[in-house]
Write a protein that binds this ligand. Sequence first.
Ligand code: SF4
Length: 291
Amino acid sequence: MLASACPGWICYAEKTHGSFIIPHISTTKSPQQVMGSLVKGYFAEQKHLPPDRIYHVTVMPCYDKKLEASRPDFFNQEYQTRDVDCVITTGEVLKLLEQEGVSLPDVDPSPLDTVLGGAEEELGTHGGGGSGGFLEHTFRHAARELFGIHVGSIRYKPLKNKDFQEVTLERDGEVLLQFALAYGFRNIQNLVQKLKRGKCPYHYVEVMACPSGCLNGGGQIKLEGESSKEELQQVERLYQSPRAEIPEENQAVRELYQRWLGGWASGRAQEVLHTRYHAVERENSALNIKW
Ligand code: SF4
């Protein structure tokens, strides 16, 4: 299975390898579009508002997220509204603040809130790096559910470069799980070649279009005077500094599944949290890309 959170990768897969690669891609919506469904669905219901009365803005690390939000799959025909109405990058947020003459350190902090109700007391994060932690979460879950093994720390084995790494679960010398992360198009092309030759040994691959993943996304703020390597290390440190949570242990997530989605594997969860992909015919030119 190939991760589905990165629209840069999905667009490439649909345009370049279409019907060959699509069946291998997880149908789970990206975090942005899951949030779109929650805001225009769950949150709208909580507020007794129709979805078209809510304007949903996300702040994202890349411009591809704008294209993702504009896919017809994420348009509500009944209410003529998108699940995500506006996407701005972190760099654009800074530019907007500069245009308004506002400096973030001078702004009074306000309490965090959450779409799932109640006030968050502190900012949370997830384990598994700055691109969503899909590999680590799926690896731990699969090890526990399929083999009854609780995984402690995860050891990555770099392959060709730091953006192509492997993680394995072994028992008595037998490989039970073999996962990988492949970031950047050079590694993605390598991965696709392996798949085409029938020589891809991985059960799951966290695929991301940007080298170094989302923290290095094209829409991120570029700091003056810092080398891109130092800047990335600083962003990684900051991203990992909040307390990491395990999603299924979060009480609000549990309640959401129980009350609104009707259980972990319900038909409603399938409908709300999953999407589909579309092979783009080869005759479409670069000026006629379908999203
Ligand atoms: S890897 Fe890059 S293109 Fe893909 S979602 Fe992250 S920032 Fe966007």
